[in-house]
Each structure stands twice: as structure tokens, then as C-alpha cells.
Design a protein around this ligand. Structure first.
Ligand SMILES: Cc1cc2nc3c(=O)[nH]c(=O)nc-3n(C[C@H](O)[C@H](O)[C@H](O)COP(=O)(O)OP(=O)(O)OC[C@H]3O[C@@H](n4cnc5c(N)ncnc54)[C@H](O)[C@@H]3O)c2cc1C
Length: 315
């Protein structure tokens, strides 16, 4: 690395430390525990962003210095590379975990950092139905909207009314569900394209606590039977190609249980890769590529990853 490049690289770090933020900066911070797959190296800078004021300073700063950035939810749909991240990782916290209910209309306003599971559990005493499926999704509301997460025939966009997000200039925006185009595991709002979701309003349906709770129990027991819930993983690795199930295609291509290093195509569900202990991101990525190549050779069907690979190409 030339002396010039080195000084450009470290210049943003000096300037970042001078910003009047309430959020703390963590330098050379290990990312492994921030992904449910438990892989990945370190980030040059990791920031738990406490509030909108800090976010509105950080995003224009990132843009001004063209720093590689990534907004992390709960890392449940993510493979972080062993080489880590050369720029800034933002993770929303604190004020972004807020929650308000508006009784008459069954409306709930939720911060983007609130865990999906907590949203689901809080709907039980209210006796409001609609987000029971979130009980099995270990992500955040922001991540769920960015991925249009779904299960058991429901998607997060089904009960969404309004979303608030911030652009890279630090400007806030608001959009009604009907003006936003969601489709299978795809959303018009994602931090990768410069829209950082800060909160969302959902409208749920009147039901009763017992029914809501029993839906959740049903969903949980289905997952425990069919998925490797006790071993680190990143959920479904591939989207289901139209008319097919990715798991069936992988299994019939002979890859069920196949391992590279300490990563393995799950014995329980072939569309899951599990970390059997200290797997490397490189092992997981090699398995993903192997599954794609083999399924293509055997079935001439292309598998599109649902899981996101954190690559510098996104900078
Ligand atoms: C055991 C297990 C089961 C799962 N089951 C399901 C399932 O049934 N259905 C399903 O759809 N998914 C499932 N997943 C995948 C995953 O949980 C979801 O995609 C989840 O919505 C991702 O949320 P996250 O907060 O973890 O996002 P992350 O993995 O941290 O990030 C995913 C993407 O969202 C973006 N993002 C995160 N927060 C924001 C924000 N505030 N604003 C803008 N962009 C943001 C990130 O930049 C990234 O591009 C499962 C995962 C696991 C580990």
C-alpha cells in the first residue's frame, strides 16, 4: 500500500472520531458474534447507532468520504467474509427499538432494530394476529422489511402500512405500503441501495391471545422438526426457484450432509448450511458454489442465493 493510499485510508478515521456523536465507535471490531452463522473477520469501524440524529450525521459523512459501509440487522441472513470489512458497519440500536401501540385501529409502530421475535411475542397479550410467523425468524424488523421476510404463507409486507427510512444525505422519507413494490424476498428498501429503514407502522387483526399463541406454537414446533434450529446457520441459503424447492434440488443432487471444513449442508434440511464449530466463511461460500454448480449440472436449474454475501462489491 503506498504512503498516499495509507493517508487517504486513515483520513476518514480521524475525521469520524471528530464527529459530535452520542454513539460509540469501536475500531477493529470482531463481527463473528453479529452473524447467526458465527463466521467473519473484523470491521475497521463498528458503530451501534443510538438515534436518528447520529444516523443523519453518519450517512452523509460516509457518502462524503466514500467509505465502504454496511447496515447490519441481526446478521441472520448474512455471510461475513473471513477478511472482514474495510469500512464502517452500522447497527441500529437503542431508540430504534421503540414500540408504540394505537389500540383502536390495531396499529403498532415499531423501530427497525426491534427483534422480530419480540414483535411476535408482544402481539400475544394484545390478542392481535398477523405477525405470528416472526416467532421463528431471528432477525430485526429493518432486516425483515429489507428482505421481505416471510414464512407459513405470510410476508412482512402483508401487514405493513407505512415505512420510514433515511437516505445517504440524511434526509428522512415516509412511504405507504401501496406505493412500495415488494415481492418474494425482495424489497424496494435496502441499506445496500442507500435506504436505511428506521421504523415501520403495521396494522394487525383482532383475534385473541390463545389463538395467536397457538399459531406460534404450531410454527415453532414445525421449525424444530424440519430445521437445524440448534446449530448456527443463516436460514435458507437459496430462494426457491419457481415451481421447485431448493432443498429438494440439493438433496436429489446428492449433497445432503456434504461438508467442507466445518461447514455442512444440513442433514435435517438441505437448504440450510450449518456451522459445526469454527467454520470459516470461505467454507460456507465454497459449499454455496458447490451446490449451485451441482444442481445446475444435475437439474439445469440455477439457484439464486437468498443469503447475502457481504462483499466489497457492495461498497
Ligand atoms: C434460523 C433461521 C431461520 C430463518 N427463517 C426465515 C424465514 O422463515 N423466512 C425468511 O424470510 N427469512 C428467514 N431467515 C433469514 C433472516 O432471518 C431474514 O431474512 C431476516 O429478515 C434478516 O434480518 P436481519 O435483521 O438479520 O438482517 P441482516 O441479515 O443483518 O441483513 C440482511 C439485509 O438487510 C439489510 N438491512 C438490515 N437492517 C436494515 C435497515 N434497518 N434498513 C435497511 N436495510 C437493512 C442489510 O443491509 C442486509 O442487506 C432465517 C434465518 C435463520 C438464521
Amino acid at each position: 500500500m503506498s504512503k498516499n493510499t495509507l493517508s487517504i485510508n486513515s483520513h476518514w478515521k480521524v475525521k469520524l472520531a471528530e464527529l459530535p456523536l452520542q454513539s460509540r465507535l469501536c475500531w477493529e471490531h470482531s463481527l463473528r458474534r453479529y452473524s447467526t452463522m458465527r463466521v467473519g473477520g473484523t470491521a475497521a469501524c463498528f458503530i451501534d447507532v443510538l438515534n436518528c440524529e447520529d444516523l443523519s450525521q453518519l450517512l452523509p459523512f460516509i457518502q462524503q468520504y466514500q467509505i465502504p459501509y454496511f447496515v447490519l440487522g441481526k446478521g441472520s441472513n448474512l455471510i461475513i467474509p473471513d477478511t472482514g470489512w474495510p469500512g464502517i458497519i452500522l447497527r441500529l440500536s437503542s431508540n430504534f427499538e421503540d414500540w408504540h401501540i394505537f389500540e383502536e385501529d390495531h396499529l403498532v409502530c415499531v423501530g427497525a432494530a426491534l427483534p422480530d421475535v419480540i414483535f411476535a411475542k408482544r402481539s400475544v397479550p394484545l390478542g392481535w394476529s398477523g405477525v405470528e410467523f416472526l416467532i421463528g425468524i431471528p432477525g430485526s424488523i429493518g432486516g425483515a422489511i429489507a428482505m421481505n421476510a416471510g414464512a407459513h404463507g405470510t410476508e412482512i409486507s402483508d401487514h405493513l402500512k407505512t415505512v420510514w427510512w433515511m437516505d445517504m444525505d440524511g434526509n428522512q422519507h415516509q412511504g405507504d405500503r401501496d406505493s412500495l413494490e415488494f415481492s418474494y424476498r425482495s424489497s424496494p428498501l435496502n441499506a445496500v441501495s442507500g435506504s436505511i429503514i428506521t421504523s415501520a407502522l403495521f396494522q394487525l387483526k383482532e383475534s385473541d391471545s390463545q389463538t395467536v399463541k397457538s399459531h406460534m406454537k404450531q410454527f415453532q414446533s414445525y421449525r424444530e422438526t424440519t430445521q437445524p434450529t440448534k446449530i448456527p446457520n443463516c436460514g435458507s441459503v437459496f430462494k426457491n426457484p419457481p415451481g421447485h424447492y431448493a432443498a429438494k434440488l440439493i438433496e436429489s443432487a446428492g449433497l445432503k450432509g456434504y461438508g467442507i471444513g466445518n461447514a455442512q449442508i444440513s442433514e435435517k434440511h438441505s437448504n440450510f448450511i450449518v456451522n459445526q464449530g469454527n467454520a470459516k466463511a470461505a467454507d460456507v461460500i465454497a459449499l454455496i458454489e458447490l451446490a449451485q454448480d451441482t444442481v445446475w449440472k444435475v437439474h439445469q436449474i440455477s439457484l439464486e442465493p437468498e443469503v447475502q454475501l457481504l462483499t466489497h462489491a457492495q461498497c
